[in-house]
Design a protein around this ligand. Structure first.
Ligand code: FAD
Ligand code: MG
Ligand code: MG
Ligand code: MG
Ligand code: MG
Length: 553
C-alpha cells in the first residue's frame, strides 16, 4: 500500500478504484441502491443521477422519519405524517431512477448481482423473484432488532423499529386499558394489564416511556378515571444508568424526572425470559431472579444484523461482526464496487501505528533519518485527515500542539530544537490509536454517510487519477481527491415528556427543560423531508395541544 505520488495515505485501498469512463457514448454505469431509509435516501438525494443508471430496491415504498416513531405509539403524531412516498421524493429524478418494491435476499459480489423478491406478490411465473446486476452497489439496509436470543422476546414483546410496530403498540396500549375496564376482572388482573414494561433504557425506550406517561396523565386519566391509580410504567436497564450514551447530567436529569413522574427505573437488571404474563430478570449485583407480571412489553434493547447482511459477510470473510466493515471511504473491505452506509455498516479506521514507518518517511523530507518539529508540523494536517484519532487524542489529553505530545514521550526538551528519531516518534504516537471510535447507529450518521458517498460518486471522474487522500504535502495542490469520511456530531435530543427535553449540543453544551422541548419542536419540524410532512406533523402537534390525543384503537 505505497502511496501514489508520495502522498501519505494508503491509496490502493481507495474508494474509486474503477471510476466510470469519461466518454459520452459509453453506457452509463449501473448503480444499485438497497434500502430507502436515512442512508439510502440521503445518498439518492445528493447523487447526480443523470450520470448513472440508478435502481433502488426496498420492501417499503416510503421513507419513514424514525425519530418521530415514539410519538406515533400514543397518537401524538399520526403514522401518515411521518412517511414520504419514495416515488414522490424522487419525482424530479424519475427519468434516471427506477424503484422496485422488493426485498433483497442475497448479494452475490462475485457475480455482481443481487437477488430480490417482490414485496407485492407474484409475477406471471408464479413467483416474484428476480435478479439485478450492478457496477456499483450501495448497501443501506439498516439494522434489525436484537433479542440477544432471549427466550420469549420474539413471541411476546413489541418492537419499535418500523411504522407498523408503532401502530401495533398504539392499539395494544388501548387494549390494555379496555381490558382493565371490564367488569369481571380482579384488581390484581387489572394491575397486571396496566403494567407497561420497557426493556432497554436507550433513547428509544426512554422516549417511549415518556410518551406513554404523557398519554396517561394528559388524556387517559380523564377517560378511565376508575383505573388510573393502577397504571405503572417500568424501564428495565441492564446498565447502571439510563441514556448512558448521553452526558451524565442528562442521565441524572432524566432519572430524577422519571422518579417524580412515578416511572420506575430498574437499573442493573438483565431480562432473561419473557412468557405471556411474566418478565423474568436477573439482578446483576445480587444474581437473583425476579419475575414481574405485565400487560404489555416493548423491547428496545439493541440492534442486530439483518440475515442478508449476515450471509454477505460470510461470503466475503467478515465473520463474527455485527456490521459490514468498510474503509474510511465507505467501500466494503475486500469487495470491489460495493459500498455500505448507515446502520448496516461500520467504518474501520486505519491505525496510525500500522503505517508509522511510512508516515515517518513521508514527513522526513530531507531524508535525515530524524524529524524536526517543523517537518512534523508540515504534515500534521494531512496526518489528522487520514488518522483523525491523532487530533482526538491530543484533545482528550488537553494538548495544544504536537510538541506537547512529543515532549511527553521523549522527556523535557526545548520546542524549537526538538528532534526525534523513529523510535521516539513511535513512542509519542503509541497511545493515539486508543482514540479510534466508531460512529453510533443514528440517523445523523446514516444521512451524513449517504451525502458523503454521493459526493464521491459525483466526483468520481475528476478524481480518477488521484483517487483520494491529501496530496498537498507533495506540492501538488489543486488536485482533486476524496477526503476520508468523517462524522460531524451535531448534537442529540432526548424528549422526556411533560413538555421537557434534554439536549446535548456540540462543544460540550447541555440544555434541559421546557425551552429545550421548544428547540426540539423546531428542529424536528425543520428536519422533515417535505413541506407536506412538515405541515402534517405540525398540525398533529397543534391538534394534540387543543384536543388531546385520539384514544380509539
Ligand atoms: P434504515 O433507516 O432502517 O433503512 C433501512 C432501509 O432498508 C429501509 O428502507 C428498509 O425498508 C430497507 N430494507 C430492509 N430490509 C431490506 C431488504 N432485505 N431488501 C431491501 N431493502 C431492505 N437516530 C437519530 O439520529 N435521532 C433520533 O432521534 C432517532 N430516533 C430513533 C427512534 C426510533 C424509534 C428508531 C427505531 C430509530 C431512531 N434513530 C434515531 C436511529 C435511526 O433511525 C437509524 O440510525 C437510521 O434509520 C439508520 O438509517 P439506515 O438507512 O441505515 O437504516
Ligand atoms: Mg437506508
Ligand atoms: Mg428510516
Ligand atoms: Mg454505521
Ligand atoms: Mg528530517
Amino acid at each position: 500500500t505505497a502511496a501514489s505520488g508520495g502522498g501519505l495515505v494508503a491509496y490502493a485501498d481507495s474508494a474509486a478504484e474503477s471510476a466510470p469512463e469519461p466518454s459520452q457514448d459509453a453506457p452509463k454505469k449501473k448503480v444499485l441502491v438497497l434500502g430507502t431509509g436515512w442512508a439510502g435516501t440521503s445518498f439518492l438525494k445528493n447523487l447526480d443521477c443523470s450520470r448513472y443508471e440508478v435502481k433502488v430496491i426496498s420492501p417499503r415504498n416510503y421513507f419513514a422519519f424514525t425519530p418521530l416513531l415514539p410519538s406515533v405509539t400514543c397518537g401524538t403524531v399520526e403514522p401518515r405524517s411521518i412517511i414520504e412516498p419514495i416515488r414522490r421524493m424522487f419525482e424530479k429524478k424519475s427519468k434516471d431512477v427506477t424503484f422496485c418494491e422488493a426485498e433483497c435476499f442475497k448479494i452475490d459480489a462475485s457475480k455482481k448481482t443481487v437477488h430480490c423478491r417482490s414485496a407485492v406478490g407474484t409475477n406471471l411465473d408464479g413467483n416474484g423473484d428476480f435478479m439485478l446486476d450492478y457496477d456499483y452497489l450501495v448497501v443501506a439496509l439498516g439494522a434489525n432488532v436484537n433479542t440477544f436470543n432471549t427466550p420469549g422476546v420474539l413471541e411476546h414483546c413489541h418492537f419499535l423499529k418500523e411504522v407498523e410496530d408503532a401502530q401495533k403498540i398504539r392499539r395494544s396500549v388501548i387494549d390494555c386499558f379496555e381490558k382493565a375496564s371490564l367488569p369481571n376482572i380482579s384488581e390484581e388482573e387489572k394491575r397486571k394489564a396496566l403494567h407497561f414494561v420497557v426493556i432497554g433504557g436507550g433513547p428509544t425506550g426512554v422516549e417511549f416511556a415518556a410518551e406513554l406517561h404523557d398519554f396517561l396523565v394528559e388524556d387517559l386519566v380523564k377517560l378511565y378515571p376508575a383505573i388510573q391509580e393502577l397504571v405503572k410504567i417500568t424501564i428495565i436497564q441492564s446498565g447502571e444508568h439510563i441514556l448512558n450514551m448521553f452526558d451524565e447530567r442528562i442521565a441524572a436529569f432524566a432519572e430524577e424526572k422519571f422518579q417524580r413522574d412515578g416511572i420506575e427505573v430498574a437499573t442493573g437488571f438483565r431480562v432473561v425470559r419473557v412468557s405471556d404474563d411474566l418478565i423474568s430478570m436477573k439482578s446483576k449485583s445480587v444474581g437473583e431472579d425476579v419475575s414481574v407480571p405485565y400487560g404489555m412489553a416493548v423491547w428496545s434493547a439493541g440492534i442486530g444484523t439483518r440475515p442478508v447482511i449476515m450471509d454477505f459477510m460470510q461470503q466475503i470473510g467478515q465473520t463474527n461482526r455485527r456490521a459490514l466493515a468498510t474503509n474510511e471511504w465507505l467501500r466494503v473491505r475486500e469487495c470491489e464496487g460495493v459500498y455500505a452506509i448507515g446502520d448496516c455498516a461500520t467504518v474501520s479506521q486505519r491505525k496510525i501505528m500500522d503505517d508509522i514507518s511510512m508516515v515517518f518517511k513521508m514527513a522526513d523530507k530531507d531524508n535525515s533519518g530524524t524529524l524536526t518539529l517543523k517537518e512534523i508540523n508540515d504534515v500534521l494536517e494531512d496526518i489528522c485527515i487520514r488518522y483523525p484519532q491523532v487530533e482526538l487524542y491530543m484533545k482528550s489529553m488537553h494538548m495544544l500542539d504536537i510538541a506537547d505530545l512529543i515532549k511527553g514521550a521523549i522527556g523535557d526538551s526545548h520546542k524549537e530544537s526538538m528532534v526525534v528519531d523513529i523510535e521516539e516518534f513511535k513512542k509519542a504516537l503509541s497511545h493515539v490509536d486508543s482514540q479510534v471510535k466508531s460512529a453510533p447507529a443514528t440517523a445523523q450518521v446514516a444521512a451524513q454517510q449517504g451525502y458523503y458517498l454521493a459526493e464521491c460518486f459525483n466526483k468520481m471522474e475528476k478524481c480518477k487519477e488521484h483517487p483520494e487522500g491529501p496530496l498537498r504535502m507533495t506540492g501538488e495542490s489543486g488536485r482533486h481527491f476524496f477526503r476520508p469520511f468523517r462524522y460531524k456530531h451535531l448534537g442529540q435530543f432526548a424528549p422526556l415528556g411533560g413538555e421537557q427535553a434534554a439536549a446535548e449540543l456540540p462543544g460540550d453544551w447541555v440544555s434541559m427543560g421546557h425551552s429545550t422541548q421548544w428547540l426540539w419542536y423546531s428542529v424536528y419540524a425543520s428536519k422533515q423531508v417535505s413541506w407536506r410532512t412538515r405541515m402534517l406533523v405540525v398540525s398533529d402537534w397543534t391538534r394534540r395541544f387543543i384536543f388531546g390525543r385520539d384514544s380509539s384503537r
